[in-house]
Design a protein around this ligand. Structure first.
Ligand SMILES: O=P(O)(O)O[C@H]1O[C@H](CO)[C@@H](O)[C@H]1O
Ligand SMILES: [Mn+2]
Ligand SMILES: [Mn+2]
Length: 391
């Protein structure tokens, strides 16, 4: 029996979200944001594997923009999916791809200083054993450690910040503050934040000294559990194996997941090659590659984003070459993060749905939940979630 490989390339949006005007970066709405098209138009983009799967057609389907130089007759099945959840964040996107649109309004913090209400600050101080916290505002994670890292080393106070997403992020020095202490701090305050419908408390450890602080790979997300069964739960309940690669374990609070493999994107691709060889018959491999978003999208680095896409494209060609003829592979995304846009936040966009293994055809405009319904259909497992199979 074939397997399904679902790869979320984090933030690789293709524009055209009908509700983009309701989402903002600073004062500017996300209307017109288009991660893939703007990278291609501004710094060039050579991704023959994704193009062959139908990326160019998906961009046109999502946003009406025609990209020159992309394959004219794809050999994959291609579509563009529209999100309905009222959040342009990672959990919203992944849960909805997994069949569960978010049923509530996320709690976000105001763009003010202090951003956090007194009860949250008090809980942070109590859990950290400190007199106060640093930052307490909206910030970019690399800038906030450059701005407050030295003060953090002097005072020992954790650096607490947020964004337009429903997050409370805590940055602390891995050696001076301690990684275990940071993780415990996040775990201690997470239940209170989840109660407030704040989606995630995120540990953001860093190392280095003044002028040369650097985040490490030990980031950990403490996320609210999905409100109902996801495709992982359905596949797992049917007695099939579910393999998570990258952040997927955190995003789904490990629910319905049998096996977790982590690392940076390059290592995650290696895990996918291993799983192409060893994943069980009828299993589901669910991967997230985050560096498009964390290293290039939020940093507004279009050339870096392009280079990472081109690296992925080459590895994807090789990965497809190792799959079995009865496997299905889907490449999609969870939201946009247009590196040419204003601000440093995600952008509300449609996402590509590029499918290898079901022949060449146009899937057209899809719902995010159609991805989950199609995976259940392909694996022939009972599924009572939302969405319609595109098979
Ligand atoms: O600037 P950094 O710390 O990377 O923050 C980003 O990471 C958060 C979680 O993905 C997002 O909400 C965004 O603010
Ligand atoms: Mn994301
Ligand atoms: Mn992000």
């Amino acid at each position: 029996m074939g397997r399904v490989f679902l790869i979320v390339i984090d933030s690789v949006g293709i524009g055209g979200a009908p509700d983009a005007d309701q989402f903002f970066n600073g004062d500017l709405p996300d209307t017109g944001a288009n991660t893939v098209a703007h990278i291609a138009q501004n710094v060039g983009l050579n991704v023959p594997t994704l193009a062959q799967l139908g990326l160019g057609q998906a961009v046109t389907c999502a946003s009406g923009i025609a990209l020159p130089g992309f394959a004219s007759s794809p050999s994959g099945a291609w579509g563009a999916a529209t999100e309905v959840s009222k959040g342009k964040d990672t959990p919203s996107g992944h849960w909805e791809l997994a069949g569960v649109p978010v049923p509530w309004d996320w709690h976000t913090f105001p763009k003010a200083t202090p951003a956090f209400p007194a009860k949250v600050t008090e809980a942070l101080c109590k859990a950290a054993g400190t007199e106060g916290i640093l930052a307490n505002c909206h910030a970019s994670g690399t800038e906030v450690i450059a701005d407050y890292g030295a003060e953090h080393l002097r005072s020992g106070w954790p650096i607490c910040y947020t964004s337009v997403d429903s997050v409370l992020q805590i940055a602390a020095h891995e050696e001076a503050f301690g990684l275990d202490r940071l993780l415990k701090l996040c775990a201690d305050v997470a239940p209170m934040l989840h109660e407030m419908k704040v989606g995630r408390v995120i540990a953001r450890p860093f190392i280095g000294h003044e002028g040369a602080f650097e985040r490490t790979a030990h980031r950990k997300d403490f996320a609210i559990a999905p409100p109902s069964n996801t495709i992982c739960d359905y596949v797992h309940a049917a007695g099939r194996k579910v393999y998570a690669v990258g952040k997927i374990g955190d995003i789904f609070s490990m629910r319905g997941i049998d096996d977790l493999r982590k690392g940076r994107d390059r290592a995650l691709m290696d895990h996918l090659f291993d799983l192409s060889g060893e994943a069980a018959d009828g299993s589901f491999v669910f991967a997230n590659l985050v560096e498009f978003d964390s290293e290039y999208g939020h940093r507004r680095d279009a050339a870096g984003y392009r280079d990472h896409l081109e690296w992925f494209d080459g590895r994807l060609a090789d990965l497809i070459g190792t799959l079995r003829s009865d496997d299905m592979l889907i490449v999609t995304a969870d939201h946009g993060n247009d590196p040419t846009w204003s601000g440093t936040d995600h952008t509300r966009e449609r996402v590509p749905v590029l499918v290898h293994g079901i022949g060449a055809r146009e899937l057209g405009l899809l719902a995010f939940t159609d991805v989950a319904a199609s995976i259940a259909d392909y694996l022939n497992v009972p599924y009572a979630g939302e969405g319609k199979s595109f098979l």
